[in-house]
Design a protein around this ligand. Structure first.
Ligand code: GLA
Length: 395
């Protein structure tokens, strides 16, 4: 069985309860939410200015709160996986005196968003964060926290409302306060997500094209391996550096501008070491696959889409080397089932989730086969393409 996803109403009411418990029975006045995401294809292409095809999920982070007098912000997280303390007092950032990252880790995302917020000064406030996005699972719990928090601040002290700048500010928060040099995909789809659609995002122009996912006979199934490897963030930064090195050897502004012919040219082969060559080969191939995959999805060519998913997984495993045995085993187990079109790891890698495209009548058999074949304890979610960040009305 797929795990039940708590409704937005339930999360908001949990957040209100926690707010009253922490701040003396007064009800919060404003609320906002932002979704996690799953990427269908286009992995490790965003920071190479390529294409990605993610969808926003019904797993969301909710922030409720109120303005308060004074120059302080007090924020409480309900997450049991967050490090202690789960209640922090922060001085409001003033120009030239940003909030430095530190402990607890979870608060760094909040501090980063406050520092990069695009209107000032912020008033004092109290807030509570509640989330249904599993932490560290590759479903962008951090981007959903950043974007939900930014959207909350927009109710307190409006900025100009520009969505692209909002996603970029949240990405900056992740760079400066979480130390992860991530691309723009997670924050952008959390801001722009559309119900019933995936988004084909051009990470160079930041244009996005909605791709409808309305075939009732189809399901995208997320399988969480429930493993997290500590390597993830150091290896992520290393991959990004390797891509930049490859682009510079190929004399291109980014790998988006390179072709397989450029890569195979005699001069390039002579200068690229084997690892850098393979990293570039993945990125150049994956950018092409993502465009083809979006086309096949539009045409309802699911076999073709599924094949591209598997090619993407193999490339991430063999050329980019960001998969792991757990993810490979989950993909293999899914692919054994009749009615499954394709399966691949999704997100940064080194643990986290896989995404599988299948016929809806094959869902129980697929879950059962994965449970039998996989040595770990997986959890499952049916991916429902959902709306992006928004302010919520509190009655
Ligand atoms: C993480 C990053 C994204 C993207 C993916 C890999 O989720 O936050 O920017 O690079 O990894 O596709």
């Amino acid at each position: 069985m797929a795990s039940p996803v708590p409704s937005l109403g339930q999360l908001v009411s949990d957040a209100i309860c926690l707010f009253k418990k922490n701040f003396g029975d007064e009800a919060p006045k404003i609320a906002a939410c932002a979704p996690g995401r799953v990427n269908l294809i286009g992995e490790h292409t965003d920071y190479n200015q390529g294409y990605v095809l993610p969808m926003a999920l019904s797993l969301v982070t909710v922030v409720v709160g109120s303005a308060s007098s004074g120059q302080e912000a007090t924020i409480v997280t309900a997450s049991e996986e967050a490090d202690e303390p789960r209640k922090v007092d922060l001085t409001l950032p003033v120009e030239g005196f940003p909030l430095s990252p530190g402990l607890p880790h979870w608060a760094n995302y909040v501090k980063g968003v406050m520092d990069h917020y695009r209107a000032c000064p912020l008033p004092g406030f109290r807030a509570v964060v509640v989330s249904s996005v599993p932490l560290g699972s590759g479903l962008s719990s951090s981007a959903s926290l950043e974007v939900a928090f930014y959207t909350f601040l927009q109710q307190l002290r409006p900025d100009d409302g520009d969505n692209l700048s909002k996603a970029i500010a949240c990405q900056q928060a992740e760079h400066t306060h979480a130390g992860v040099p991530c691309g723009i995909m997670d924050q952008l789809v959390s801001v722009l997500g559309m119900e019933g659609h995936a988004l084909l995002i051009d990470c160079r122009s930041l244009e996005s094209i909605p791709v409808p996912l309305t075939d009732a006979g189809l399901v995208f199934l997320i399988t969480n391996s429930n493993v997290k490897h500590s390597l993830a963030s150091s290896e992520y930064a290393l991959r990004r550096a390797q891509c930049e090195k490859a682009a510079s050897i190929l004399r291109k502004p980014s790998l988006r501008d390179a072709t397989m012919n450029d890569l195979e040219a005699q001069e390039s082969r002579a200068q690229l070491d084997d690892v850098t060559y393979r990293r570039a080969c993945h990125v150049i191939g994956e950018i092409c696959r993502t465009l083809k995959a979006a086309e096949s999805l539009k045409r309802g060519a699911y076999q073709e889409f599924g094949k591209l998913m598997v090619e993407s997984h193999n490339s991430l495993r063999d050329l980019y080397e960001v998969s792991c045995k757990d993810l490979d085993d989950l993909v293999c187990a899914a692919m054994e089932v009749e009615g499954v079109f394709g399966s691949r790891m999704t997100g940064g890698g080194f643990g986290g989730c896989t995404i599988t495209l299948l016929k809806d009548h094959a869902i129980d058999r697929t879950i059962q086969n994965i449970q039998e074949r996989y040595s770990g304890t997986p959890t499952f979610y049916v991916a429902t393409p959902s709306e992006g960040a928004r302010a919520l009305k509190l009655s």
